[in-house]
Ligand binder design. Structure first.
Ligand code: NDP
Length: 519
């Protein structure tokens, strides 16, 4: 084990947590150059660059890797290295700040190309740099392209990669892969158009559509909980489950992303991708094995079994909202329409909820409720499976309510699993109260989950597509939400803003489903 890995796998007192004893180090990735398109942007400095450095500190990057930044802002290699150090100093946790021999080696592997995304000369310069890296840094002809740019320029970049001969193919010396940031399209038609461009240039096995939610450890734990235990699967169906609710709630508003968000809204930004992916993991059948396509095929089957609502059904199967001024943690916050770069008359939803049915043998008749919103009372992402009530009551005082069992998979900010069950209150009477069994991954395993981007970039460098979304699932998810988008776009008069910031969301969400877990 490398020195860096030994440090992270030990507890503060130097002893290894018994739950992690005997676990081998992470898999090292292939040598390659990773090219970040949009390296002067927000995502790169806050997430992608710190993820790369953490992979290096933890010994997961190979010795032979290189990073090329490719963006419009003007830097030379040295200036971009200095910029990168500043960002790492700001955005890395204290024990992973750049220093010493690791940083010196990392730094010399970074370079930058000041580029215009629509200029062939920029790609010729990139090609030259990649060849130079192969010779000087041992990157073996392997290239990973990361599109961290506005989606409007994705097709331009992809076409240019083809014309520059950078898209790999059978005769290339190494592999070429592409990571595409979300959103993948803004509706069904634009997603299909983007996919047509992708298809002309890359094979599906080379395409990594990122949904960073899938890189979060507790999301991966959903499958482990279901398929590495025997006790859940027998009750994981319509015979025992009353409903499933999936929540991705934020306290934050749109921050500095008002321009993007006002054209997107909660349904496109969260439900179509993150929340639908959670639904797939919780509802899918057991895959035949752990490989990427076995898992992704099962996820696609879930989406195939969801009938998109008809236009007439949208009203009774969805709810939307937009926040007005209110309070978050006791501090006043402005309304959505007053946020920077948001249209003061905007009708974009900052809260979306939908009810879906999965028409298959396992789930027929079980409603799945999905909700996501900004400026809600609490930041919480979770999946709650509510089981059916007990069939016959023999216990508890007359005034006691015996609540249904609930299994909660907690994704953020808490990461764990909790189970609600009924217990007798100590004493001579037979009072019944609901209590929780609560497991927290961080405390249990004595280690914090690595950030999602770290896991996902590492997987793409290794060629593991398991946690990336396949095109068929992206397309089907758009088909499912499309009727809702259509109806919402064509009925504008619905009294926004309709929930104050810092609350549970609009009243219409409770009309859709009265049993939402309180935020
Ligand atoms: P930014 O607007 O901060 O950055 C965009 C980058 O693209 C900048 O480096 C910009 O260069 C570059 N760029 C844009 N147009 C051109 C052009 N014509 N030629 C050359 N360079 C260009 O965006 P983000 O970093 O926030 O987001 C990037 C992607 O990641 C988007 O698809 C977004 O949806 C997605 N994403 C972002 C998240 C976030 O938290 N930021 C979260 C999840 C997804 P320059 O500044 O030098 O002009």
């Amino acid at each position: 084990m490398s020195e860096a890995l030994a440090t992270v796998s030990a507890n503060g007192d130097g002893a290894v947590n018994p739950l992690r004893a005997g676990i081998a180090s992470d898999r090292i990735t292939d040598p390659c150059t990773i090219v970040f398109f949009g390296a002067s942007g927000d995502l790169f400095k806050r997430m992608l660059l710190p993820a790369m450095y953490a992979l290096r500190v933890r010994g997961i990057l190979p010795n032979d890797f290189a990073i090329v930044g490719f963006s419009r802002s003007k830097y030379d290699d040295d200036a971009f290295r200095a910029y990168s150090k500043e960002q790492l100093d700001e955005f890395c946790p204290p024990d992973q700040r750049p220093q010493g021999a690791i940083w010196e080696d990392f730094e010399r592997r970074i370079s930058y190309i000041t580029a215009d995304f629509d200029n062939t000369k920029s790609y010729a310069a990139l090609k030259k740099r990649l060849e130079q890296n192969d010779t000087e840094l041992g990157t073996k002809g392997n290239r990973l392209f990361y599109l961290s740019t506005p989606p409007s320029v994705f097709p331009t970049i992809i076409e240019h990669l083809k014309h520059a001969g950078l898209n790999g193919g059978e005769h290339a010396e190494g592999w070429a892969r592409i990571i595409i940031e979300k959103p993948f399209g803004t509706d069904l038609a634009s997603a299909r158009a983007l996919q047509q461009t992708v298809d002309r240039v890359f094979r599906e096995s080379e395409v990594y559509r990122i949904d960073h939610y899938l890189g979060k450890e507790p999301v991966q734990d959903i499958m482990a909980l279901r398929f590495a235990n025997t006790i859940f699967e027998p009750v994981w169906n319509r015979n025992y489950v009353e409903s499933v609710q999936i929540t991705a709630a934020e306290q934050l508003g749109v921050e500095l992303r008002g321009g993007y968000y006002d054209n997107a809204g909660a349904l496109r930004d969260m439900i179509q991708n993150h929340v639908m992916n959670l639904l797939a993991l919780v509802a899918m059948e057991a895959p035949s094995g752990p490989d990427a396509d076995a898992i992704r095929s099962e996820k696609f089957k879930v989406f195939s079994a969801i009938m998109p609502p008809t236009h007439d059904e949208v009203g009774s199967m969805s709810a939307r909202g937009q926040y007005g001024a209110g309070q978050i943690n006791g501090k006043p916050v402005q309304s959505y329409r007053d946020e920077p770069d948001v249209d003061p008359n905007s009708n974009t939803e900052t809260f979306a909820a939908v009810k879906l049915h999965i028409d298959n043998w396992r789930w027929a008749g079980v409603p799945f409720y999905l909700r996501s919103g900004k400026r809600l009372a609490k930041k919480v992402s979770e999946i709650a499976v509510t089981f059916k009530p007990i069939p016959h009551r023999i216990y508890g005082e007359r005034t006691d309510t015996i609540e249904n069992n609930v299994l909660v998979m907690k994704i953020q900010p808490e990461e764990g699993v909790a189970m609600r069950f009924s217990a007798k209150v100590p004493g001579p009477k037979s009072h019944i109260r609901s209590v929780f069994m609560d497991f927290n991954y961080g405390t249990g395993f004595g280690v914090q989950s690595p950030p999602a981007y770290e896991r996902l970039i590492g997987d793409a460098m290794r060629g593991d597509q398991t946690l990336f979304t396949r095109w068929d699932a992206v397309e089907r998810a758009w088909e499912i939400v499309s009727p809702v988008l259509d109806v919402w776009e064509n009925t504008k008069d619905f009294g926004f803003p309709n929930y104050p910031a810092g609350t549970q969301g609009p009243a219409s969400a409770r009309e859709l489903f009265a049993e939402w877990r309180p935020l």
